[in-house]
Design a protein around this ligand. Structure first.
Ligand code: NAD
Length: 345
């Protein structure tokens, strides 16, 4: 039997646990896993592109467990009532090869992306940061805001989205939770006075959500939405002014903001910063950029955290997805009755 967490059970687990507590737990697990980087199989994710989106598989293993996520990115989906990003994932036992957990990951992806962003911002954001600008207030945005409150104490948000309805939803969701929200009239107005800038837009284009003149010295940029070839958010001049931090260079060079730069442009790997082997922010006036694309180890960490959290609870059902004949060499026994019907020919 494989443990299966469907959307109703994910909701129940998260409502009972609390979103910020779940994000904190996933953030700790991500940091723990990034610090044991060499134990993991690492590969750039396998992407299948179309004109309107991408479907990706994101596998990794630490030698004990194997995990993968199936995820899509279709920026035009909301205009036909569908989400931009949906996902599910699997954790498996390396020793037997048998899956142990199968779960919805649309919500879990929002949690792990937010947990990663805030974990990285804790290393890179300027000291005493109080205010975050958020450009793009779609599905990921509330989770980002909660992660930055949980891990950095950020309560003041300056928000901008080209879709007023997305701003309405974000405000309605977040105001009751005690955030101080300024609704800006443009991206430039949103970033004014913010020490952290999160870009989380969806457009399958080389967009310039942030122009060079909007970015003052000393800010930290959490750039989430540029995560596919031909899909970026930042003016390349910003990249030349800042220090760039990435998850896994072979994947980020294909998918991240740095696809706009030479292949040799220097970047710092976050696992080295987390291990204390590389510097994070080194000066108050430095511009730091997290060129986030989302890496398989973050999903593995989220799966690992969830698997431990639901153990001994009823937040899952057992599903019979692995055919297990009593005699492992007699798979046929499970379907033998099917042989009684004659073939058509
Ligand atoms: P979404 O479609 O729900 O929200 C995106 C929002 O961006 C929309 O409200 C849209 O109106 C707004 N937008 C588009 N262009 C804009 C612009 N120029 N200025 C301001 N707002 C603009 O998508 P989502 O699920 O919130 O995901 C956002 C992005 O993050 C996507 O591109 C997705 O691929 C990416 N993502 C990255 C990671 C990661 O790990 N890096 C994880 C999940 C999602």
């Amino acid at each position: 039997m494989v443990r299966f967490v469907d959307v109703p059970n994910m909701r129940r687990w998260l409502i009972d646990t609390g979103i910020e507590r779940a994000i904190e737990g996933i953030a700790d697990t991500i940091a723990e896993d990034f610090r044991r980087w060499e134990q993991f199989d690492k590969t750039a994710r396998v992407a299948s592109h179309s004109d309107i989106g991408v479907i990706e598989l994101m596998p990794t293993s630490d030698g004990v467990q194997y995990g993968f996520k199936y995820v899509n990115g279709h920026p035009a989906n909301p205009s036909r009532g569908l989400q931009t990003v949906t996902a599910f994932g699997v954790l498996a036992d390396v020793e037997s090869g048998y899956p142990t957990l199968w779960t919805e990951m649309t919500i879990l992806t929002a949690l792990r992306t937010a947990a990663t962003s805030a974990t990285v911002a804790r290393l890179l954001a300027p000291e005493g940061a109080t205010t975050m600008a958020m450009i793009g207030t779609g599905s990921q945005a509330e989770f980002q805001a909660l992660a930055f409150r949980a891990l950095l104490g950020i309560r003041s948000l300056r928000v901008w989205d080209t879709d007023p309805a997305a701003l309405d939803v974000f405000e309605a969701n977040m105001r009751p939770l005690g955030f101080d929200i300024v609704r800006a009239e443009s991206a430039a107005e949103a970033v004014s006075g913010a020490q952290i800038i999160t870009t989380c837009t969806a457009d399958k284009a080389n967009a310039t959500v942030l122009t060079d003149d909007m970015v003052v010295r000393g800010v930290h940029i959490n750039a989430i939405g540029g995560d596919c070839p031909g899909k970026t958010e930042l003016d390349a001049r910003i990249l030349h002014r800042g220090e760039i931090f990435v998850e896994y260079p072979p994947q980020t060079r294909i998918e991240g903001e740095i696809q706009q730069l030479d292949a040799e442009h220097p970047v710092t790997e976050l696992w080295r910063v987390m291990r204390g082997e590389a510097s994070g922010r080194t000066a108050a006036d430095q511009i730091t950029i997290f060129d986030s694309v989302g890496f398989a180890i973050e999903d593995f960490s989220a799966l690992r955290y969830l698997a431990e959290a639901i153990d001994g609870t009823d937040y899952f059902t057992d599903v019979d997805i692995i055919a297990e004949p009593a005699d492992p060499k007699n798979l046929f026994a499970l379907v033998a009755e099917g042989a009684a019907a004659p073939a058509l020919a």
